[in-house]
Design a protein around this ligand. Structure first.
Ligand SMILES: CC(C)(COP(=O)(O)OP(=O)(O)OC[C@H]1O[C@@H](n2cnc3c(N)ncnc32)[C@H](O)[C@@H]1OP(=O)(O)O)[C@@H](O)C(=O)NCCC(=O)NCCS
Length: 152
């Protein structure tokens, strides 16, 4: 089945956020800080029938540790998810690459995420590197900060 990559509203990402990332929360609870900020955008892979198969959200967020007063010279990916039926078909890669190209046209700052342990290999394939140690996010599991640097 074919698909298109298009911009989604934050609300359109929430059913997949809920299904894949946080099944213990209701879709309407899955509002991340900055979801509606000026610099934020949400991309989705949408099939012919309009079903959202994969999602990604991009924010202007400083990489931790950062002084909250600092200008956020970084981009952050959150809510990266492909529905189980679509995994391994390249949609996650397409979303990251399109989002990366779009933000780097604007400013060539590092892109970081709090990666789940099960997704380390996915981000590594896309050029991200683990920075610092493993930490636990309660209710979700082990994570690490992973960073894609413009010079890579
Ligand atoms: C991680 C996830 C987003 C990957 O999405 P996807 O659409 O399956 O990824 P793609 O098909 O574009 O894969 C891109 C490449 O990464 C590889 N890859 C995908 N998932 C991987 C994983 N978990 N570990 C190692 N490699 C992986 C693919 O084999 C592919 O390699 P190739 O380009 O050499 O063929 C998806 O598995 C998912 O939603 N997982 C559950 C939620 C989750 O953990 N999200 C991340 C939160 S930080």
């Amino acid at each position: 089945m074919s698909h298109e990559i298009r911009e989604l509203s934050a609300a359109e990402t929430r059913p997949v956020r809920q299904r894949v990332l946080r099944p213990h929360q209701r879709p309407e609870e899955l509002v991340y800080p900055g979801d509606d900020d000026h610099d934020t955008f949400h991309l989705g892979a949408v099939d012919d029938s309009g079903e959202v198969m994969a999602i990604l959200s991009m924010y202007r967020h400083a990489q931790p540790p950062a002084d909250p007063m600092d200008e956020p010279r970084a981009w952050r990916i959150r809510g990266m998810a492909s529905i189980p039926e679509a995994r391994g078909t390249g949609l996650g890669r397409l979303l990251v690459e399109q989002a990366r190209d779009r933000v780097w046209e604007q400013s060539c700052d590092p892109i970081w995420c709090n990666a789940r342990e099960n997704a380390f290999g996915f981000y590594q394939k896309l050029g991200f590197e683990i920075v610092g140690g493993i930490f636990e996010i309660e209710g979700i599991g082990p994570h690490a900060v992973m960073v894609l640097s413009p010079s890579d």
